[in-house]
Design a protein around this ligand. Structure first.
Ligand SMILES: NC(=O)c1ccc[n+]([C@@H]2O[C@H](COP(=O)([O-])OP(=O)(O)OC[C@H]3O[C@@H](n4cnc5c(N)ncnc54)[C@H](OP(=O)(O)O)[C@@H]3O)[C@@H](O)[C@H]2O)c1
Length: 307
């Protein structure tokens, strides 16, 4: 990239429709604000309507005319994902941008209504299903993008197909790392399948490096929040409005490549300007990505771009 890509380089988004999961706070909120500034219609897909309303109010303080809509979504619940997609398919004619952002990190083991481990369900399975169910709307747009949000945590991960839900020996961080590797593998595999199908929709993956958000409020990350962030916050963590830049680049920059993976360029990709990110070996394993796709289809009951 020639010069550091910044918020002001975002192209005008007039006439474009964007959905952001988990848009009420953190990086999702910053993405909603930035896209609204560029005149996109932004749909905030959030599990808590009051929290989403508070986010809308904050955005409207700066942008009273912003085109914002709240549509409830619990991404960890496949019935909720189906209901959300049905509602959107009934009200939109096309979708230009889907940012798969909502996430939870290092939480104690709990199961979703569908019986899935919560981190895998929230971070990966729900977004896998959502993307498939919204694909007809994405394909109806001239050049739609899907942006899975991964993490440098993906570097330390493997997909444990024989213990996907952590039934045996659950470790909160291991489960988070696995789910974030799944996000990256999903994005790369999605792009391969879209290209094979001759689609004009593309997938571009991003990770924010590290940003001081509520993600670290979970029990598993308490040490990071209470000890590490106060000491090294300015050196190793972005504020959320900077951490969101790789996501916005992947979502809107004309120079972002289909199937590209973007993050900060500094030490360990924790902080810095937007650049191509390191793709760990496990994420380049195409047979494993195809297997993850199949398993995700069978768990969620949402089949798409198969074969
Ligand atoms: N911050 C970082 O350093 C960092 C680093 C790498 C990757 N990431 C990734 O960035 C993404 C955004 O995280 P963040 O840092 O902005 O964290 P955050 O401030 O905690 O925001 C997470 C968002 O996800 C939503 N969410 C969680 N579970 C949900 C569910 N079941 N249904 C719908 N929404 C749900 C949360 O809603 P509630 O407010 O209702 O809980 C919130 O809006 C995540 O995918 C995370 O893995 C973050």
């Amino acid at each position: 990239m020639d010069k550091p890509w910044q918020m002001q380089h975002m192209p005008d988004q007039s006439g474009r429709v964007a959905i952001i999961t988990g848009a009420n706070i953190g990086l999702g909120y910053e993405a909603a604000l930035a896209l609204a500034r560029c005149k996109a219609k932004v749909i905030l897909a959030c599990r808590s309507v009051p929290k989403a309303e508070a986010a809308v109010q904050r955005i409207r303080l700066e942008l009273p005319e912003a085109d914002l809509q709240i549509v409830p979504l619990d991404i960890s619940d496949i019935d909720s994902v189906r209901a959300f997609a049905k509602r959107l398919r009934g009200s939109l004619t096309r979708l230009d941008l889907l940012i798969n952002n909502a996430g939870v990190m290092a939480i104690p083991r709990q199961l979703t209504r569908d019986g899935f481990e919560m981190q895998l369900a929230t971070n990966h399975l729900g977004h896998f299903a959502l993307t498939g169910l919204l694909l007809p709307l994405l394909q109806a747009a001239p050049a739609a993008r899907v942006v899975p949000v991964s993490s440098i945590a993906a570097r330390h991960a493997t997909i444990t197909f024989d213990n996907l839900m952590g039934e045996r020996g659950y470790q909160a961080w291991k489960a988070y790392n696995q789910s974030k590797l799944a996000n990256l593998m999903f994005g790369l595999e999605l792009q391969r399948r879209l290209a094979r199908a001759g689609s004009t929709t593309t997938a571009v993956i991003a990770h924010p490096g590290s940003a001081t958000t509520n993600l670290f409020a979970t029990p598993g990350a308490r040490l990071v929040k209470q000890v590490l962030i106060p000491i090294v916050a300015s050196r190793l963590f972005h504020a959320p409005d900077r951490g969101v830049l790789p996501i916005l680049f992947a979502a809107t920059a004309p120079q972002a490549h289909p199937g590209g993976y973007y993050g900060p360029d500094g030490f360990q990709e924790l902080k810095g300007d937007v650049a191509a990110a390191y793709v760990p070996k496990a994420a380049r394993d195409k047979p494993a990505a195809a297997r993850l796709w199949k398993v995700s289809e069978s768990l969620t009951g949402v089949d798409y771009l198969s074969g």
